[in-house]
Design a binder for this molecule. Sequence first.
Ligand code: UTP
Length: 293
Amino acid sequence: MKRITKAIIPAAGLGTRMLPISAAVCKEMLPIVDLPAIYHLALEAAASGITDILIITNRGKEAMENFFDLSPEYEKALAAKGRQADIDTLKRISSLANIYFLRQKEPSGLAHAVGNARGFVGDEPFLVLYGDDVIFSNVPVCRQMISVYEKYGRTVVGVKPVSHDELKKYSSLKVEPIEGESSVTYCTDMIEKPREGEEFSNLSILGRVLLTPDIFDVIDSLSPGAGGEYQLTDAIAEIARREGIFALEFEGERYDLGSKIGLLKANIVRGLSHPETKDELRAFLREISKDIK
Ligand code: UTP
């Protein structure tokens, strides 16, 4: 079985839910305390054994390239002040993995973004980390997904149960249990943004999929789906109907950094464990919660 070493992070969307800030600052660079969302995704991939990451980007998102680059001017200034720990942090970021960038010429949907990566992927299975979805977990979610692939050798999608209202925004999967498995199910169909009555179950794909290269031919034959965009769910649905795939209910807390509330929640959670902020933030939250009705 081929080892999985490549990942794609589609980050070329317009981010309209984060307007007005996203018109000037790409949402993937918005901070969770002092590190941008895109860092957490690259870290998760690298911690799972991924050596090569392709970030699909767009005009106006150059800040991501700068972030993963070396920072000689900062290193010089920090060295003069004896701040070696900060220099080490910057160096660690730039050496996380081999990080490549490719522009999606127009934001026509997640499947279109992934379709651009065919040359990068070649004939290997690969991971996709949706650029909005940061997941904090004990075992990196990509690692959890790879374990399922190593067992079954087929496409794996990362899922969570969601509320009835959320299902309409995400996807709904048709699954059946597998004997002896508690968090992995067998999936034979799915639908993107189901309308009332079209749902299969309350399980939705949330932010991580592990795909095989046959997805590219399916993507090439797709028609625009929900919202007039080329939907990755539609392509994965085709593979699920054809051969069956596996759904992993992963361990971890997922934050939608493409939404205002997701960004706020992630900052509070991380702020409560960050050594420089935790004590003051805890005291501040206690104080203001007295006045919250
Ligand atoms: P979303 O639909 O959440 O992102 O796509 P969006 O389109 O930027 O968000 P809104 O709805 O306008 O606020 C999930 C992920 O897929 C990427 C996005 O950047 C995001 O990380 N994406 C989406 C692309 O790379 N290209 C696309 O054409 C669409």
